[in-house]
Design a protein around this ligand. Structure first.
Ligand code: HXC
Length: 515
């Protein structure tokens, strides 16, 4: 065969491999609002940047007549490309080929591209659309998952790992996304569960639809397994691109700097947002927007544990990670879920050199039998651990309430915040005036002729003494009491001063966080 004939033969082979599971399967895929694996990759990456590898890999199944079957690319597309010019490694499972099920060679393709990502120190994106372990390949499928989980763990904190759930992600398959940094889901398309409705019905007699069990909303709002929710695949890809504009490409780099932009002060004015009445809630996202560049705040885990807000923004062009109590949801308390949410985000920022800005307004940890029994001690400790462990620049602004354990946990000086600022509205004490007065003045209140009057008097006394930032400032626990309008200025200055921060911790193999 001449070289030309060989090239034609190559083209023919490529065409066959690129046809995936064939027209019928592709039609079925599209009918459910899903793109094909290659379309997904091409839509997400920069135009003409995708380079595919291992197109001719063949599956290794021998049993159940598998040796007679041809599975193009073994049901997964892998390769490299760029997003806004930055290199990434990527794989997308092809549901049109054996339901994207994961056999031995399918897993080998994935682990190979993950190894590339680690060697090249670039992010790895996995698009999941699969029926799970390929049943016909038995233990080799399980081995494949194990190999992926191991790599997810090694890559954790070294390169950003993104999981996109664009179809079923069932059984053990869910644990790869669970080990990665950010999970994206799309309404009506994503489905994640360990055991499906059929098994649940058989084993437990409970009936539930796939959507109610593990649909996108369930994971974005209830379980917290998903960090980003969208209405369509294209919206989801836009979210991923936006995320990449805020984060660095590995743990040795800083995120790209952008031209600084002032906040949209006409839309977000602190005086208009922050209520005079200390009992009135407000949306802390508006405060973040009043401070950050262009009032552009990219929220993470938006629908989960809304009593804490986490996400990325920029100050003077530089990425920051914001963590803020949210007074409009459960008064911004720390509970089991919000502690998990905050701790995880703090650890991501610390791993990837993103300075942390914390806005504090909370009555404390949430009391109650449910929370105690759900492990608020163990989960709450994660916040303390994450902030104490973090060595990136850490700046805190106490807006209003900072009571009890909440004060300490929200990146106080005691957990080694670099700068703690407080607004004049800050209230820093062991507990709120009402609760405190009832305890420390109990006998005086009980003995009074008019206990209600005495309670009011004592609450006012306590408020005057403690419900302000000046006691903490007197001990140096607050570095500066600032005019709210100066918040951006103080934070930008703090960030500039912290550029070369290089804090060391004692040697250890690793810590033991309260998982
Ligand atoms: C082999 C599979 C497969 C699998 C799907 N297919 N899942 N082949 N192993 N796990 C094949 C189907 O046989 C079918 O092939 C094609 O993919 C499309 O599947 P359909 O069922 O027709 O599609 P749909 O109706 O959309 O249903 C999708 C589905 C369903 C909900 C994902 O296929 C399903 O329930 N699959 C099994 C899910 C599961 O229990 N997986 C194992 C989990 S255990 P044809 O040739 O007919 O087109 C696990 C353990 C890992 O993953 C542990 C690691 C630690």
């Amino acid at each position: 065969m001449s070289l030309r004939q060989k090239s034609l033969d190559l083209r023919k082979r490529m065409q066959e491999a690129l046809s995936g599971g064939g027209e019928k399967a592709i039609e079925k895929q599209k009918a459910t609002g899903k793109l094909t694996a290659r379309e997904r990759i091409i839509t997400l990456l920069d135009v003409n940047s995708f380079q595919e590898y291992d197109l001719f890999v063949e599956h290794a199944g021998k049993d159940f007549d598998m040796d007679k079957k041809y599975l193009p690319g073994d049901g997964v597309v892998t390769g490299t490309g760029t997003i806004t010019g930055h290199p990434v490694c990527i794989y997308a499972q092809d549901f049109t080929v054996a339901g994207g099920s994961l056999g031995y060679m399918h897993a080998k393709k994935i682990t190979k591209i993950m190894d590339h990502a680690m060697n090249m120190k670039v992010p790895c994106i996995g698009i999941n659309d699969s029926g799970g372990a390929r049943i016909q390949e038995g233990v080799n499928s399980l081995a494949g998952y194990g190999d992926i989980f191991y790599r997810n763990t090694q890559a954790s904190g070294v390169i950003p790992q993104i999981s996109v759930i664009l179809g079923p992600c069932a059984g053990g398959a869910v644990y790869s996304p669970a080990l990665t940094d950010f999970v994206f889901v799309v309404d009506k398309i994503s489905k994640m569960f360990i055991t499906g409705p059929e098994v649940i019905k058989t084993v437990l007699g409970e009936e539930i639809s796939m959507e109610e069990l593990g649909g996108a909303r369930v994971h974005a709002e209830i379980t917290g397994n998903a960090h980003f929710f969208s209405e369509s695949e294209t919206q989801c890809f836009d979210q991923i691109k936006k995320l990449f504009s805020y984060i660095p490409w590995n743990n040795e780099k800083k995120a790209d700097a952008f031209p600084p932009k002032s906040p949209k002060t006409k839309l977000y004015k602190i005086d208009d947002i922050f209520p005079t009445n200390p009992k009135q809630p407000y949306d802390v996202r508006s405060i973040i927007k009043s401070i950050c560049d262009d009032s552009d705040f990219f929220e993470v885990h938006e629908l989960f544990a809304p009593n804490i807000v986490v996400g990325f923004a920029r100050l003077n062009g530089q990425t920051i990670g914001c963590v803020a109590n949210q007074p409009i949801a459960l008064a911004g308390v720390l509970d089991v879920d919000s502690s998990d949410k905050a701790a995880r985000f703090i650890r991501f920022c610390d791993s990837f050199n993103i300075p942390l800005v914390t806005l504090v307004d909370l009555p404390g940890y949430l009391p109650g039998i449910d929370q105690e029994h759900a492990g608020v001690i163990r989960h709450g400790a994660k916040v303390l651990y994450a902030y104490s462990e973090a060595t990136v620049p850490k700046m805190t602004v106490i807006l209003r309430k900072a009571y009890g354990g909440g004060y300490i946990a929200m990146c106080s000086h005691h957990l080694k915040a670099d700068f703690v600022f407080a607004w004049p509205s800050a209230e820093i004490a062991v507990m709120g005036p009402e609760g405190a007065a009832n305890i420390i003045f109990r006998s005086e209140i009980a003995a009074a002729e008019n206990p209600d009057e005495m309670r009011k008097k004592k609450i006012a006394e306590y408020k005057k003494k403690f419900a302000n930032p000046y006691v903490a400032a007197a001990y140096g626990y607050v570095d500066a009491v600032i005019d709210p309008a100066e918040t951006r200025h103080f934070l930008m200055h703090g960030l500039k001063i912290s550029q070369n921060k290089n804090e060391h911790r004692p040697y250890k193999k690793h810590g033991i966080p309260p998982f």
